[in-house]
Design a protein around this ligand. Structure first.
Ligand SMILES: NC(=O)c1ccc[n+]([C@@H]2O[C@H](COP(=O)([O-])OP(=O)(O)OC[C@H]3O[C@@H](n4cnc5c(N)ncnc54)[C@H](O)[C@@H]3O)[C@@H](O)[C@H]2O)c1
Length: 432
């Protein structure tokens, strides 16, 4: 078959649509495997940066981008013109939630329409964006077949969820096994041929729906377990027990237990969002996804719990939140990354401001916040730490010196157990 030959001799022209946290590392892996890759993104700034060899994704090195660009293996454009020439097209566009927490798959629909206009025999289309089970078969496929070409015979369609974990240096796009489900066995086979060139291990499942569900199981598993441990933290608080000690001790069990840790709430583009895609789909089938709803309720309430802790701690110093100067430390949704999407730090800042606190923030990766919060960045200097009434650690970062922080601060609210191991000043620390 022509496409198989083109994949094996690397003459296949590969496109990746959506060059974000998922799409850019994938495009780079394809290019490193020797394919000529065209990245397509609606954001002209990203296209310009790639063209100039500048990386905006922490996990992609600028030198690598530059070198791939110079060797003609990676180009970026902000139009869909090249689609007709492409042999394979991977779709990595965003799948957010609407305000009412319903799936917003408008980017997938828009891109599918563009691909449909350009579709020709022999092309392989792979959807990577996280979405509800049925999207590939019920939304993407009808649009692509509308012009008369037949899936599995004329063109190939598969779903392959992205599992990238931004900032994780041990597991990257390359060495994280890739799940693939095809509309037909031939579609799955073609997608496997392509991906096994760029990633170390490919795992086939029987359908696109199964592949879509795999991703949702993985992320629902995390959302539910995080909610469970968050609730255990609330229970331990009532019981006067140190939740961190309990988790660490439970984690010594060599089987049947996996530690999860409490925190200020969920963040990022996946865990707080993806389970709602599943719940929404089930609602259309008259089924209530009870675990998902309960987990969401508990996790969404964590920023309120943190703010109550701040208020109680200030109260014990005869201070009110109103008028207090509060330094929020760590804005990214997790350690050592610059992504603030859905970060609970934003909720905590807003809740503190609503109570008339004077809030500042520090994050080594985020020097500007355009979230309409009117909160100012401040360098992490001794003078500032000494002046503020309270420091709230929302996200710990590897470069923070917590002993120094506790030595200098008046009061530290630690939502992430970041001050574990600090020797002096424990009496100033309030844990989650
Ligand atoms: N970020 C993660 O850790 C992660 C992990 C696994 C899966 N995912 C899933 O992968 C998908 C992409 O996520 P992401 O984090 O890379 O998002 P992102 O916002 O970082 O990147 C998406 C890119 O798509 C571009 N885009 C939007 N509409 C477009 C269109 N119509 N045509 C071309 N480009 C368009 C945007 O400009 C952006 O650059 C989502 O479904 C997400 O749930 C994300």
């Amino acid at each position: 078959m022509d496409l198989e030959r083109k994949i094996s001799d690397r003459s296949a022209l590969v496109a990746v649509i959506g060059l974000g946290y998922v799409g850019l590392p994938l495009a780079v892996e394809f290019a490193k495997a020797g394919f000529q890759v065209t990245g397509i993104d609606v954001n002209p700034l990203k296209v310009r940066m790639i063209t100039e060899g500048e990386s905006y994704i922490q996990d992609v090195a600028k030198e690598e981008l530059k070198s791939l660009g110079e060797r003609g293996l990676l180009v970026a454009v902000n139009n869909y013109e090249p689609l007709k020439k492409m042999d394979t097209i991977s779709i990595c566009v965003p799948t957010p939630l609407s305000k009412t927490k319903d799936p917003d798959i408008s980017c997938i629909i828009e891109v599918t329409k563009e691909i449909s206009k350009a579709l020709r025999p022999g092309q392989l289309i792979i959807l990577e964006s996280t979405t509800y089970p049925g999207t590939t078969d019920e939304v993407v496929l009808p649009e692509l077949e509308a012009r008369g070409l037949k899936v599995g015979k004329d063109f190939f369609l598969a779903f392959s969820p992205e599992r990238v974990d931004p900032g994780n240096t041990m597991y990257t796009t390359k060495n994280t096994p890739k799940i693939i489900g095809g509309v037909t066995p031939r579609c799955a086979h073609m997608a496997k041929e392509l991906y096994q060139v760029a990633v170390e291990k490919v795992v086939l499942v029987s359908s696109t729906k199964s592949a879509e569900m795999v991703k949702l199981l993985e992320n629902t598993f995390r959302a539910v377990n995080i909610a469970l441990v968050n609730e255990v933290a609330l229970m331990c608080h009532r019981l006067g027990i140190d939740v961190w000690e309990v988790i660490d001790a439970a984690a010594t069990k060599p089987f049947g237990f996996m530690p999860f840790y409490p925190g200020p709430g969920l963040g990022g583009h996946c865990i707080p969002i993806d389970p709602h895609y599943l719940a929404w789909k089930l609602k259309t089938l008259d089924y209530k996804a009870r675990f998902i709803e309960l987990a969401s309720e508990i996790n969404t309430n964590m920023p309120y719990y943190v703010v109550n802790k701040v208020a109680d701690a200030l109260n014990s110093f005869q201070k009110s939140v109103n008028g207090s100067r509060i330094l929020v430390l760590g804005i990214g949704y997790k350690r050592d990354i610059d992504d603030i999407r859905e970060s609970p730090a934003l909720d905590i800042i807003q809740l503190l401001q609503e109570k008339s606190a004077r809030v500042f923030y520090h994050d080594p990766y985020i020097h500007q916040l355009d979230e309409g919060l009117g909160v100012k960045y401040t360098p992490l200097e001794e003078k500032i730490v000494r002046e503020v009434d309270c420091v709230v650690i929302v996200t710990d970062h590897s470069q923070y010196d917590y002993q120094w922080l506790v030595d200098n601060a008046r009061l530290v609210i630690d939502t992430r157990n970041a001050t574990k191991g600090v020797q002096n000043g424990q009496e100033k620390i309030v844990k989650l």
